[in-house]
Design a protein around this ligand. Structure first.
Ligand code: FES
Ligand code: FES
Length: 182
């Protein structure tokens, strides 16, 4: 499920100081409350991994997580994220500790032009967080509104299955580590 948090005012609104957690750190921005989160991320905070595609919640290129849910940042007003937890592609993993989705994407060499891929990965990560072993049908349902003009859909589906395996292996390794320490 994808949420678009907006009120269709699109009139900008008044300036405000908005505080939220961004990629694990407290963040404050001065912005009009109606400014799309996407513009705040890209233009005010220089986090350009999140892409602009359609601006109408139709393509998924701008997908980020708000409180763990996939959200279209092009139609999510910054005022909505006050006090919430936002994760972008820059915070999904670390260079030395990639998210299983990022590892799988690399293993299977998924991207072509790459433009849609941060949104694809954010949607895939949200899917795996709520469903650690998705079927093909689950994947197709969760990813159907993430458009790829290069047609990487088969690779994306395979990479999500691989990411599920990697995630499961990591959970098993943590569990056995805990047993060793106990
Ligand atoms: S840019 Fe937001 S869904 Fe297309
Ligand atoms: S990889 Fe080019 S649009 Fe998806």
């Amino acid at each position: 499920m994808v949420y678009c948090a907006h009120n269709n005012k699109n009139d900008g609104g008044s300036m405000a100081t908005i505080s939220f957690t961004l990629n694990g750190r407290l963040q404050q921005v001065e912005a009009e409350e109606g400014m799309p989160l996407l513009w705040v991320l890209r233009d005010l905070l220089n986090l350009t991994g999140t892409k602009y595609g359609c601006g109408m919640a139709l393509c998924g290129a701008c997908t980020v997580h708000v409180d763990g849910q996939p959200v279209r940042s092009c139609l999510t007003e910054i005022g909505y994220v006050a006090g919430r937890v936002v994760t972008t592609i820059e915070g999904l993993g670390q260079v030395d500790a990639l998210h299983p989705v990022q590892r799988a994407w690399l293993e299977l060499d998924v991207p072509q032009c790459g433009y849609c891929q941060s949104g694809q990965q954010m949607s895939a990560a949200a899917l795996l967080a709520r469903n650690p072993a998705p079927s093909d049908a689950d994947i197709d349902a969760a990813m159907r509104n993430n458009i790829c003009r290069c047609g990487t859909y088969q690779s994306i589906r395979a990479a999500i299955h691989r990411a599920a395996e990697l995630q499961s292996l990591a959970v098993d390794a943590m569990a056995s580590g805990r047993e060793t320490l106990a």
